[in-house]
Design a protein around this ligand. Structure first.
Ligand code: ADP
Length: 453
């Protein structure tokens, strides 16, 4: 087909992506910046659950506050200013994002170089609205109002090789921008279908949800409401085939209603799309009732129809890395291979696990638990070569952590996040938990897990 394909990352070049491959134009980095040249940095402002302040008012107050602020910008949380009673009353937390678009190597942006782009949002606590199929046993789809409390922090918790998440966010943001600006699709072609593929447990489904959440925050001044509908493709091919056709019709009627409201941004997440292709194949070979064929075709037709709506993004995942024979997936502009975590990613995932166990005081820390900070992978090399001193204990931990990360080669992100729990359960004395001992157990557990793959 003549459609444009932007491959975010091919399986072949997964290892080749360097932290530096998504830098802005060189001139922005190397040339001395003129005073009027500003770097846009996102500032995400989460309102308290009970706040009734208007988003617009909070944004203005935030912009004023940031204008007066003469501190440098670096990714991470900043405190809500105590002297501003309006903000302290309404704002739960403030987070600076995306400074790494402009600076690298833990560098910082000076306040006068920055143009803050403030996004104020409130998390929905409504929870998923579940729709049950036929006998009421399997749920066919879930619906969330975004940004949802369930997905808070998910984006940050997913760790990949540098650049993957950022590229995904940028492509999706560009697609939405083209739509918003009314770019003629006959002249410039693009679409809003995302496909994440790769082995199971690498965080594809989570990444889709986290991406939807992120976009709902970033685009909330354009789209007042935002929903995520999660369709479990697998459940559509349950034994209630006769019901499935009706379910698909009902589901898409609902989505269509959401989409008709132009201030709604709708994400449709279809997990395990390969099951559609499989069901079609089985139907063709006669091993499945032809009903399933009808369901697949109905689903594909509906998705095709939906694709033309400007305020829909279709997110799909597949555990099969080979080409999937489904027409609409062929046309996905945003395809990303999500592979098993690299050594750096494994280290970072395990580091975040350890931090959490220290924070919750399950692991004893030799320093103040609230101050406990293990060095990141990138700052590890210089630290490890430093003469042993005050930080000797931390360094010892880092070495062990690195060793654990090495022992975890081949484990998925999902298995890695379970490892600390399994290790804890294997401890002989789980109540006094020394981090060094814990890491030794974790290495053993990792080896056992690997032998069971
Ligand atoms: P998939 O859809 O690829 O099977 P999931 O989205 O169900 O994977 O991932 C399950 C869980 O595994 C995630 O919620 C997350 O906790 C963890 N996980 C997987 N990959 C990663 C990763 N790269 N970084 C951090 N956590 C991960």
């Amino acid at each position: 087909s003549a459609s444009m394909e932007i491959s975010l990352q091919n399986p072949q070049d997964a290892q080749m992506s360097e932290p530096n491959d998504v830098v802005p134009e060189e001139s922005a980095l190397s040339a001395p910046t003129l005073p009027e040249e500003k770097f846009v940095v996102s500032v995400e402002v989460c309102l308290k659950p009970l706040s009734t302040a208007r988003i617009q008012d909070v944004r203005l107050a935030m912009e004023k506050m940031l204008e007066k602020r003469s501190l440098s910008y670096i990714d991470g949380p900043i405190p809500v200013p105590l002297e501003d009673s309006f903000l302290t009353e309404n704002v739960e937390r403030i987070h600076i994002c995306d400074t790494d678009e402009w600076v690298q190597n833990n560098d910082i942006l000076l306040f006068w170089q920055v143009k803050p782009d403030v996004h104020v949002f409130q998390l929905s606590e409504e929870g998923p609205c579940e729709e049950l199929s036929g006998d009421g046993q399997l749920s066919t789809f879930n619906e969330w109002i975004l940004p949802a409390k369930e997905f808070d922090g998910m984006w940050e918790s997913l760790i990949y090789e540098p650049g993957l998440k950022k590229r995904l966010l940028r492509y999706a943001a560009s697609a939405l921008l083209f739509t918003e600006k009314g770019v003629n699709p006959f002249l410039v072609s693009w679409n809003r279908i995302v496909l994440l593929h790769g082995p199971p447990g690498t965080g594809k489904t989570s990444l889709c949800k986290a991406l939807a959440q992120k976009l709902s925050i970033r685009f909330n001044s354009r789209y007042l409401h935002c929903q995520l509908v999660e369709v479990n493709a697998h459940s559509l091919f349950s034994k209630w085939f006769s019901e499935s056709g009706k379910l698909v019709a009902k589901l898409f009627q609902k989505i269509q209603e959401m989409v008709e409201e132009e201030n709604n941004l709708v994400f449709v997440l279809i997990d395990e799309v390969e099951s559609l292709a499989a069901a079609r194949k089985a139907a063709l070979s006669g091993s499945e009732p032809s009903d399933s064929m009808r369901v697949v075709n109905a689903l594909l037709t509906q998705i095709d129809k939906l694709k033309s709506s400007p305020n829909v993004i279709i997110l799909t995942t597949s555990n099969i890395t080979a080409a999937i024979d489904i027409a609409f997936i062929d046309r996905a502009d945003i395809k990303a291979y999500v592979g098993p975590p690299t050594l750096q990613a494994r280290y970072e995932i395990l580091r975040s696990c350890l931090q959490e166990l220290v924070r919750t005081r399950i692991l004893a820390s030799f320093q103040d638990s609230d101050q406990f900070m293990l060095p990141s992978y990138t700052s590890l090399k210089e630290k490890i070569n430093m003469p042993e001193g005050q930080e000797a204990q931390t360094l010892q931990l880092c070495r062990q952590l690195l060793e654990t990360a090495e022992a975890c080669e081949g484990l998925s992100g999902r298995s890695l996040r379970k490892l600390p729990f399994l290790a804890h359960a294997a401890l002989s004395n789980p109540y006094s938990c020394d981090p060094n001992k814990f890491l030794c157990t974790m290495i053993e557990t990792a080896k056992r897990e690997r032998s069971e793959i």
